[in-house]
Design a protein around this ligand. Sequence first.
Ligand SMILES: NC(=O)c1ccc[n+]([C@@H]2O[C@H](COP(=O)([O-])OP(=O)(O)OC[C@H]3O[C@@H](n4cnc5c(N)ncnc54)[C@H](O)[C@@H]3O)[C@@H](O)[C@H]2O)c1
Ligand SMILES: O=C(O)C(=O)C[C@@H](O)[C@H](O)[C@H](O)COP(=O)(O)O
Ligand SMILES: [Zn+2]
Length: 348
Amino acid sequence: MKKVDNSVSIGTQSLEQLQHLLRQPAVGQVFVLTDSNTVRNCYPLLQRYLPDHTLVEIPAGEEFKTLASCELVWNQLTEKAADRFAVLVNVGGGVVTDLGGFCAATYKRGIRFIQVPTTLLAQVDASVGGKTGIDFQGFKNQIGVFQEPVSVCIDPTFLATLDARQLKSGYAEVVKHWLIADAAAFATQRQEGVLIKDWSPIIQDSVATKQQIVEADPLESGLRKVLNFGHTVGHALESYLLLQAGREILHGEAVAAGMICESWLSAQRGLLSAAELDSIETFLFSVFEKVQFVTMETDAIAELALQDKKNSGSTINCTLLDGIGKALYDQPITVTEIAESLRYYHRL
Ligand SMILES: NC(=O)c1ccc[n+]([C@@H]2O[C@H](COP(=O)([O-])OP(=O)(O)OC[C@H]3O[C@@H](n4cnc5c(N)ncnc54)[C@H](O)[C@@H]3O)[C@@H](O)[C@H]2O)c1
Ligand SMILES: O=C(O)C(=O)C[C@@H](O)[C@H](O)[C@H](O)COP(=O)(O)O
Ligand SMILES: [Zn+2]
């Protein structure tokens, strides 16, 4: 198994680590942020490790990863006169860890925060690496800052209450880590699919892969962009469907579709063989349902990639695969090519 650095603790002992951290003399008031699901499913498992604290709750779901939810958090911190010794503990999926991290990083120009991720997606990806933020005007993570938490405490026990659809969504980011950095894992571990009983080794390997890349390029000026494989098209799809009531999809579902489109673009450029493209598609379609849209929508979806954070001016810089297990960042692609890749996906 790959090694993770000690800012991240994985396993049932991670909540004891949380308790230890919160007992340090420099810790002032403690605030615990949950959403309306994790307050029921996760907070009770955590309570005995927590000192006196203020509980803050936001509504669950991507549609609440907004400035209004931040205001709710900042209001509570302000009403309780939280000072710079306060610590915010974010208990939830990627929405809570992204939004809570952003609120903490900006309140009084920054208080410390600890991530307690409770979805597979947040345990293998969102809680690690210091990207925090919220959606704005329908665009994903449009407002945010890079800020590392004090610690990430990952207890896979939380996954027991997660439904299969959410589990699969997180699995998409695991597969992304294999496709960009670990061909051997893609070849062997995919046999198990999502029927895995013990997620700990998968979480550990994913976190280690991500940490290694983030350590080399924490602010995403170069190499870190490989972690965005599948997201140029994925975020465009997710943003497009997020604004249409009843058609919203989960982040991992969008990324899975995006990885197929971006693998096709890689194959179009001769970077991926037809056999490799086929193995990626076959595997992803064995786990994920096809995302539904009509061909008439492809241009409008593709246009949204013009807001991608990896772009320079009007050039869309995509991450493509250079064979399975290796990625190339800053590969210029056009809106037309993105629309073509969506039409390819639609035909599959
Ligand atoms: N910062 C990063 O590097 C990074 C990486 C990947 C994704 N993200 C972001 O993460 C978000 C997606 O995260 P997510 O998939 O965790 O979504 P989420 O936070 O919306 O959680 C999914 C659902 O599961 C519920 N839930 C959470 N833990 C649970 C548990 N243990 N049992 C039962 N229900 C539980 C939540 O209340 C929610 O309804 C997106 O906004 C995405 O942009 C960020
Ligand atoms: O950590 C990263 O870097 C990633 O790109 C991980 C992604 O899985 C994640 O969805 C991230 O939030 C996307 O960031 P963005 O900069 O494209 O908004
Ligand atoms: Zn992602």
